[in-house]
Write a protein that binds this ligand. Structure first.
Ligand code: ACO
Ligand code: ZN
Length: 161
């Protein structure tokens, strides 16, 4: 009956990090030391969210808040930076990634006053690029050889409101 249950999007807690890190390991080539996850939880916990389904963590989004020159306006702005998002392979394509992104953007605006939100994504990562485009993100530029294996990234960005 799992399919009938609602996914809960909530702030991540320290006890979730094992599950979050596992989802990252099976989903992406970009991995981080545990201290990196812990630091983001401590510093920008209002925008570090997990998706919970039947008491299990099935997805996460980890962000940070920065200040810099905007990509949509060349003035000094508060920026939200989506560092990493993933949904466990068994739970994809049911709107969980969308829910995580929508809530993260909302919270980057509300708690950290972010005006723009941006992220980097592999140019070959069609599922993620489609998700971001559906949410109104634009490709602002190509970052050549952004990844360790040499692949390029799109830097994608949108206003938070
Ligand atoms: N193929 C084509 N389009 C897709 C796919 C796919 N496999 N998956 C998602 N989309 C697009 C579709 O338009 C979809 O809408 P639809 O289902 O109505 O057609 C839309 O995105 C929303 O899909 P969701 O169900 O909300 O997304 P999901 O929960 O599956 O999560 C995610 C998407 C996070 C990209 C997932 O595929 C994943 O974990 N991938 C591996 C990790 C990854 O690539 N993360 C992003 C890296 S970049 C970064 O972290 C900043
Ligand atoms: Zn980044």
């Amino acid at each position: 009956m799992e399919g009938l249950r609602e996914v809960l999007i909530r702030e991540a807690r320290k006890e979730d990090l094992d599950q979050v890190i596992n989802i990252n390991l099976v989903s992406l080539k970009e991995h981080y030391p545990r201290s990196f996850w812990r630091d983001h939880l401590m510093l920008w916990g209002k925008a570090f969210l997990v998706a919970e389904l039947t008491s299990r963590v099935v997805g996460y989004v980890m962000c940070r808040a920065e200040t810099g020159v905007g990509y949509l306006r060349s003035s000094w702005r508060r920026l939200g930076h989506v560092i990493s998002i993933a949904v466990h392979p068994n739970y994809r394509r049911r709107g969980i990634g969308t829910k995580l992104m929508v809530k993260a953007i909302e919270r980057l605006r509300e708690y950290y006053r972010a005006e723009e939100v941006y992220l980097e994504v592999r140019v070959s990562n069609e599922p993620a690029i489609k998700l971001y485009e559906k949410l109104g993100f634009m490709k602002a530029k190509v970052l050549r050889h952004y990844y360790l294996d040499g692949e390029d990234a799109y830097l994608m960005v949108r206003e938070t409101s």
